[in-house]
Design a protein around this ligand. Structure first.
Ligand SMILES: [Mg+2]
Ligand SMILES: [Zn+2]
Length: 160
């Protein structure tokens, strides 16, 4: 079985600018995220991102924009020797209807657990919102709440 650290995206990996991020020029990786992910990899963890992208439902951007941004991010990580196992995002928004995948829902986490045969006992979820913790809890994994836009490595050192 695999051990995975689930990461929220905005506010954990990249700066949450208190607005939707879909343009590459607005995408700013937070301090020590790459280094922290390297450390996680060294410890045998794989990395999966779980992100709400309700801006799609709102018509602010589309799937292609999200994919482009994620390819950009994957490329940056890859150049530093860090691979991202998968990125799951929910394109829906509660203003436009219900879905099961938007956090606090745990569907995307559960999907990942099933697909990659993830050991829930050693995996955990780092997020900056209660809804991240709820998504983790719904999938029976440990949630680690951090401050938005904080130093990834100092957060990590508290959990490892
Ligand atoms: Mg966040
Ligand atoms: Zn959804």
């Amino acid at each position: 079985m695999r051990k995975v650290v689930f990461l929220d995206r905005d506010g954990v990996v990249n700066k949450d600018r208190m607005d939707y991020t879909w343009r590459i020029e607005d995408f700013e990786i937070l301090p020590n995220v790459i280094q922290g992910c390297e450390k996680l990899q060294d410890l045998g963890y794989e990395i999966i991102l779980i992100t709400n992208q309700g801006g799609i439902a709102k018509g602010l951007y589309n799937h292609e924009d999200v994919d482009k941004l994620h390819q950009h991010m994957i490329h940056i990580f890859k150049n530093a020797g860090v691979s991202i196992l998968e990125i799951y995002y929910c394109p829906h928004h509660t203003d436009y209807g219900k879905c099961l995948c938007r956090k606090p829902g745990s569907l995307l986490v559960e999907k990942a657990i099933a697909r990659f045969d993830i050991d829930i006992n050693v995996s955990f979820f780092i997020g900056d919102m209660e809804r991240d913790m709820d998504a983790a809890k719904g999938a029976d994994i440990t949630g680690r709440l951090v401050q938005s836009n904080s130093d990834f490595m100092s957060n990590l050192n508290q959990f490892l």
